[in-house]
Design a protein around this ligand. Structure first.
Ligand SMILES: [Ca+2]
Ligand SMILES: [Ca+2]
Ligand SMILES: [Ca+2]
Ligand SMILES: [Ca+2]
Length: 273
């Protein structure tokens, strides 16, 4: 649900994310920003790629090597907003969004067109990262913002302009980890996670506290980027990482435990080929 200028392999940390064009759900590589979502509503999250140069979204419906099943344009040529994805209308499919400054522009279809929802959320006071999710388990993904300087999460339960519904601290002052969200225990709510190096620190409630789950996954060094999702459709989100080569190699795991990838595939295009 799952972005940071577009420096390749930008390191975690507030300063690195302060740029207006930092990608939200993934890492910018030479062929785009990786995202994950359930594009077709079958319960399985799969790979996607957003190419800011052309504002083209490339979505695949299976976690296997191949090309995009769905291709469309959403955004501006040379888009500088942060690409995000979520189920904004609660119909079961994840669709794109763009965060430009404080403006969230959400689209409810995986097709070429303009925003269906526009709202203002967040503040410009410090480095922050958009982290949309389903905080209350009603099936609709709504805005969240992580603030690196304080480790605070600011979550809202509707796709309308307004103040946070929930605010709590999970993370360090000047947090160096990468914020992301998922339903780690399959109870229906998305909750926060931080990835420091290759250490995934997941919390099962939207409240202040420490990690409920800790494990290691991935090689921990940029440019690998954490991309959690529900790869097997069992209701729990688990880790994935993308190595943004050309094409990108994805490594997905089906449990929130230390171990190797269960699924490996290539997705993306080779600009040279
Ligand atoms: Ca799917
Ligand atoms: Ca939807
Ligand atoms: Ca919700
Ligand atoms: Ca799963």
């Amino acid at each position: 649900m799952v972005s940071i200028v577009l420096a390749v392999g930008v390191v975690p940390g507030g300063a690195a994310y302060a740029g207006a064009a930092a990608p939200e759900s993934g890492i910018q590589s030479s062929n785009g920003t990786e995202v994950t979502g359930d594009w077709n509503g079958d319960g399985v999250d799969t790979a996607g790629l957003f190419d800011a140069r052309t504002a083209t979204w490339y979505l695949r419906n299976s976690n296997t090597t191949g090309t995009a099943d769905i291709t469309f344009v959403y955004g501006n040529t040379g888009e500088t907003g942060i690409p995000i994805v979520g189920d904004w209308d609660g119909n079961g499919t994840d669709t794109p969004g763009l965060v430009r400054g404080l403006t969230w522009l959400l689209r409810n279809a995986n097709s070429t067109g303009t925003a269906n929802i526009s709202l203002t959320y967040g503040n410009n006071l410090s480095a922050r990262w958009p982290v949309p999710g389903d905080w209350n388990g009603d099936g609709t993904d709504t805005p969240g913002v992580f603030e690196f300087s304080t480790g605070m999460w600011h979550l809202r339960n509707s796709n309308t302009t307004g103040l946070p519904t929930i605010a709590f601290r999970y993370g360090d002052t000047n947090e160096q980890g990468r914020p992301m969200v998922g339903d780690w225990n399959g109870n229906g709510n998305d909750t926060p996670g931080l990835v420091r190096g290759n250490n995934w620190l997941l919390r099962n409630s939207n409240s202040a506290g420490t990690a409920n789950i800790s494990f290691n996954y991935g090689d921990g060094a940029p440019p690998h980027w954490p991309l959690p999702g529900d790869w097997n459709g069992n209701g729990s989100d688990t880790p994935g990482v993308a190595d943004p080569g050309d094409p990108t190699i994805w490594y997905l795991r089906n449990s929130n435990t230390t171990g190797v990838g269960d699924i490996t595939f290539r997705f993306g295009f080779d600009p040279a080929g």
